[in-house]
Ligand binder design. Structure first.
Ligand SMILES: [Zn+2]
Length: 344
């Protein structure tokens, strides 16, 4: 038994020692973009409805439906409690000398009730996450259609203790497989495929690049899943840590593909646990095999699910899946400590 196994709390068996965080799309994770706009205080509150109506006609905020036209003044004690967004700076031909009067020289808006123009920054796109919403709202009030699951996931609170215990156990199996590969002189990467509905382990695999340059742990695991279904291209029988279990009955009770009504793909309804962020080849193989959800322990310099690319969130691909990183992070980092900087 390895010495670490005896250290229970804070180590191998303590699922509180790690946090699974979502790997979101670029749109969800990037900083908010801002554009300059003119705003003005509403000096006569009774004109508010008319001003908003006329401004919406004269200076419609195309593509900025998330922006609220009127906000409460941020300065406490201001004589004018409301401010209105007049237009984008880019909507004004000669923006240097813009004044309230020059903006409304044409027909359409009576500037009565508006004070001096000032420039503000407003978010150019609707916020997709709560952190983006909170940042955006510091600039100008913005509407937000919250995805509660993303909010909870970003706090690291999506998974219950029971779920984390399962995840912990599966990633422990992946770590054990990675160590077996390392002892055989191969890359220390391990992977486990699990039926998400029953938590049954379908396949465990590890890096086998000594035999074939494309036998990354994820590729090995997908082939083992195919073997469990009567297919597969390779044999990994000489490696005891590479294994699969056939379904308990000959009947595959996974759901059919909802789009085509056809039989499940290789990994429909299955989750994958892998110690290190997959490379682009492995990530694409996971797209093609229709993996359900992916968990990895630690990032990789060439990783395609968060570091270099976010293959799982590309809108142009016909399958997308959720990715979480950080499961047993420190144990997975330990595996990589002495490795050469090869792709996963
Ligand atoms: Zn790979």
């Amino acid at each position: 038994m390895e010495p670490q196994v005896k250290r229970l709390k804070g180590s191998l068996y303590d699922s509180d020692s790690w946090t699974a965080l979502p790997v979101l799309s670029d749109d969800q994770s990037q900083d908010i973009q801002l554009v300059q706009a003119y705003a003005a205080p509403i000096v006569n509150k009774r004109e508010t409805s008319r001003l908003v109506r006329e401004l919406n006609l004269r200076y419609p905020l195309a593509g900025l439906q998330h922006i609220k036209r009127v906000r409460a003044c941020k300065e406490k004690g201001s004589p004018h409690p409301l401010e209105v967004l007049v237009c984008l700076v880019s909507q004004v031909p000669d923006s240097k000398d813009a004044t309230t009067d020059s903006l409304f020289s044409s027909e359409g808006v009576r500037p009565d009730g508006l004070g001096e123009l000032f420039v503000v920054q407003v978010p150019s796109r609707p916020p997709l996450t709560r952190p983006q919403f909170e940042l955006a709202s510091k600039h100008w009030p913005t509407s937000f259609h919250e995805d509660k699951q993303v909010t909870v996931a970003l706090k690291g609170e999506l998974f219950s203790s029971a779920q984390k215990a399962n995840m912990h156990g599966h990633m422990m199996s992946a770590v054990a497989a990675a160590r077996a590969a390392q002892e055989l002189g191969m890359e220390a990467v391990g992977a486990v495929v699990v039926d998400s509905a029953t938590q049954r382990v379908v396949a465990v695999g590890h890096d086998c690049r000594r035999d074939h340059p494309l036998h990354h742990a994820v590729m090995v695991c997908i082939d083992l899943v195919a073997r469990s279904q009567g297919g597969g291209c390779y044999s990994f029988d000489k490696y005891p840590e590479c294994r699969f279990t056939a379904p308990e009955s000959s009947h595959d009770d996974r759901v059919c593909d909802s789009n085509t009504g056809s039989q499940p793909y290789i990994c429909t309804g299955y989750d994958l646990y892998v110690t290190r962020e997959p490379c682009i080849m492995c990530a694409m193989a996971l797209v093609h095999s229709r993996i359900g959800c992916l968990f990895y322990g630690t990032s990789s310099a060439d990783g395609a699910l968060g570091t270099k690319f976010k293959i799982h969130s590309l809108k142009d691909l016909n399958h997308r899946f959720e990715v979480y990183r950080g499961v047993l992070r420190s144990q997975c980092e330990d595996l990589n400590r002495n490795r050469k900087d090869l792709e996963n």
